[in-house]
Write a protein that binds this ligand. Structure first.
Ligand SMILES: Nc1nc2c(ncn2[C@@H]2O[C@H](COP(=O)(O)OP(=O)(O)OP(=O)(O)O)[C@@H](O)[C@H]2O)c(=O)[nH]1
Ligand SMILES: [Mg+2]
Length: 676
């Protein structure tokens, strides 16, 4: 037999045990007595209920103020309070500091009745969590000493991490831009060797060729978050190819170099030095066969050895050679400079890459140089046993500028000391530095909000742009902006690059620090200045690289090296003057980089009104809400002063980050905007 045993209002427990008939009789007697007592109590209880105000949970939207006109007048007679229908998690906040912000229509009496109904721990529910810190756990019922019961005291959650001492923070080394020199591997030297065998007095040449140098690759990977390691190294070199050896043994290839960068890195070429390309040009001039436009010299017949000269950087002599050999030895004409086939897959010069997605495979930046030729290559009738070989080619050198633009879903923009870092602490497991002075944060911090319902399933139903369930999103906290940051005041606008590509912007406004509307407008002003500076730089870059002339795009490769123009089949290379830039058809298959980025003002945005726990902030918040509503309704100009700016569903979320109140609404708002 099952017996229902009441533990408290919310919990029930079933216990199974055999009961004797005596026990049953006793229970029946006790039950009758209780029923009689209850019947006596009932009328008194009913009287009390009529007097007590009752709460009705009705279908009213969160931000709507309920009107009593729509309600039955008998409810009014009974002192009925209408409370919007909402999830218990949200209902918990009704008891908190933000209640007057969210529900200005609720009276003191009504609040007290809600507090009574929320006493039961069963009312509390979990919503979703952060990476390791539960947002729900950070959203406890605010308790005051007067109303707190001992059981609630036990459940009080430690929020000291939201107001830590300035020394308590985690700092990871971070660099978001650097210049880097990359050297592709040089080729190994060819070998001068001869066959030595019994009964063969002067064996033929059998020196092996040198191995080719290592290639330089780049790959954007997820694990990396900073460029500081690369900035520290400065110069990175791929391995040199090994020298060739006797018995016709070729040298080993040099080790490749893989440069791993964080996703979101922009790579720009500053200069390059490509000796092989220079050699090719010189060779072309000497032989008059490269583009051979006005060359009067006849190209040498194939196989004909033209007398050359000793060149220290090119020729390698037999180790036992006497110094006189340098002057007396006959050298053939230098062979044509050799390039690896891989150079075809190098990116065009000048390199400009935007690595905004994780790369599955590395991308070649510079192919290693070819190794030198062994002495068998120079055997001719007149020189049957050449005592020289060629040296390996010199590897290409690239000077690159790397700029990291962090890819976060949400970017926090705010004045210094607005509470951005505290907000990041409250909703993620990130631990940025917090201090009551301006410019506490000196480098961007990224936090991740995991949308988890504690069962390994997404807490909020949302899909990423790739159609996968959204399980998390990231937030970037950057150093604060001040007025005239675009004139390099404060820390300038440099850090805005980290939120430039964020999908959603969250403007963090301190309600206790003066006019919130003015603060918001000031922030938008600086964002607008950043945008115009960015567009200006892009235009300059574009103008220097592309000049349109009679429907043709004139493209100037940076540096003399790596001239690998994509001629159409019908282009006649013979008519090209090497000193002139190459002319490419505007409609050719070569894609030029995009010239403009989407405007920041077109991004979805909302306002986080923080420090709402401080006194006299309600009026400021009300003014901010009214302003945003007017902007959304196009009554006021958009703060960015641009057309086509985002005006949909503009609103401010009041929070007290330091008490972790109201912050659980932010993930909901963000996910909603990410889905737009
Ligand atoms: N009362 C109250 N104080 C807050 C709140 N949020 C932050 N603070 C305090 O405001 C001060 C500044 O907070 P930070 O999070 O460092 O502000 P920030 O915007 O990151 O500042 P910078 O990094 O300098 O740009 C700290 O002393 C916080 O304790 C809040 O919601 N209520
Ligand atoms: Mg900060």
């Amino acid at each position: 037999m099952y017996r229902l045993q009441w533990i408290d209002n919310s919990q029930t427990r079933y216990s199974q045990r055999e009961k004797s008939t005596e026990e049953e009789e006793e229970e029946e007697d006790e039950g009758k007595k209780k029923e009689e007592e209850e019947e006596e109590e009932r009328p008194r209880e009913q009287e009390r209920q009529v007097e007590r105000p009752r709460a009705i949970f009705g279908p009213v939207a969160l931000d709507d103020t309920p009107t009593f006109n729509s309600l039955d007048s008998r409810y009014l007679r009974r002192k009925v309070t209408v409370i919007p229908l909402m999830s218990p998690a949200r209902l918990c906040h009704i008891n908190g500091t933000l209640t007057p912000f969210l529900y200005p229509f609720l009276t003191e009496q009504c609040l007290r009745s809600i507090q009574r109904s929320l006493r039961s721990p069963a009312r509390r529910c979990n919503h979703y969590s952060t990476a390791t810190t539960s947002i729900t756990s950070q959203d406890p019922l605010p308790t005051t000493p007067a109303t707190t019961s001992p059981s609630e005291d036990e459940e009080t959650i430690d929020l000291s991490y939201l107001d830590p001492s300035p020394e308590s923070y985690s700092l990871t080394p971070f660099t978001d831009h650097c210049t880097l020199q990359l050297n592709a591997g040089a080729g190994g030297h060819g070998c001068v060797a001869f066959l030595r065998e019994k009964y063969i007095a002067a064996g033929p040449a059998n020196g092996g060729d040198g191995g080719s140098g290592g290639n330089v690759y780049i790959q954007a990977v997820r694990g990396e978050t900073s460029l500081h390691k690369l900035a520290r190294r400065g110069i990175l070199k791929a391995g040199r190819g090994k020298n060739g050896q006797g018995k016709g043994q070729g040298g080993e290839r040099g080790d490749d170099l893989l440069v791993t960068v964080p996703v979101g890195t922009v790579v720009r070429e500053i200069w390059r030095q490509d000796r092989v390309a220079d050699e090719e040009e010189r060779y072309a001039r000497e032989r008059g066969s490269f583009f051979g436009a006005d060359s009067s010299e006849e190209p040498a017949a194939e196989g004909e050895s033209k007398q050359g000269q000793w060149r220290r950087d090119k020729w390698l002599l037999y180790p036992g050679a006497l110094p006189s050999s340098f002057t007396t030895a006959e050298f053939p004409a230098l062979p044509r400079p050799r390039k690896s086939n891989l150079t075809m897959s190098q990116p065009q010069a000048p390199i400009k890459l935007d690595l905004d997605k994780p790369m599955e495979a590395p991308m070649l930046l510079a192919a290693g140089a070819m190794g030198g030729l062994g002495n068998p290559h120079f055997v001719t009738r007149s020189i049957p046993r050449p005592k020289f070989a060629t040296k390996g080619e010199v590897g290409m050198r690239l000077q690159l500028q790397l700029e990291l633009k962090l890819l976060a879903d949400v970017g926090l923009v705010g004045l210094p000391n607005a509470g951005k870092s505290t907000l990041l602490r409250a909703i993620t497991n990130s631990r940025p530095r917090v201090g009551n002075w301006a410019f506490t944060t000196l480098q961007p911090n990224i936090g991740t909000v995991v949308l988890d319902n504690h069962k390994g399933r997404p807490g909020l139903r949302s899909l990423t742009k790739y159609g996968e369930p959204r399980t998390s999103f990231s937030i970037a906290d950057i150093p604060g902006l001040i007025e005239d940051a675009h004139l390099d005041k404060g820390l300038g606008l440099g850090f805005l690059r980290h939120i430039e590509r964020a999908a959603v912007l969250a403007f963090v406004v301190d309600l206790s620090a003066g006019d919130a509307v003015a603060a918001l407008q000031g922030l938008w002003n600086e964002v607008g200045e950043y945008e115009s500076l960015r567009d200006h730089d892009l235009n300059i870059e574009t103008e220097t690289r592309i000049e349109t002339e009679n429907g043709l795009v004139k493209w100037k490769p940076m540096g003399s090296g790596s001239i690998s123009p994509a001629f159409d089949d019908d282009d006649d290379p013979g008519t090209h003057d090497p000193s002139e830039p190459f002319m490419l058809d505007a409609g050719s298959a070569r894609e030029l980089p995009p010239l403009s980025l989407p405007p920041i003002s077109a991004k979805p945005w909302f306002v986080v009104a923080t420090k709402a726990d401080l006194p006299e902030t309600r009026e400021n918040f009300a003014a901010l809400q009214a302003y945003l509503k007017a902007v959304a309704d196009a009554e006021f100009e958009h703060p960015s002063r641009t057309k086509n700016a985002w005006r949909k569903n503009l609103h401010a979320v009041p929070v007290s980050a330091i008490k972790a109140e109201g912050v659980s609404r932010i993930p909901e708002v963000v996910v909603q905007l990410l889905d737009e």
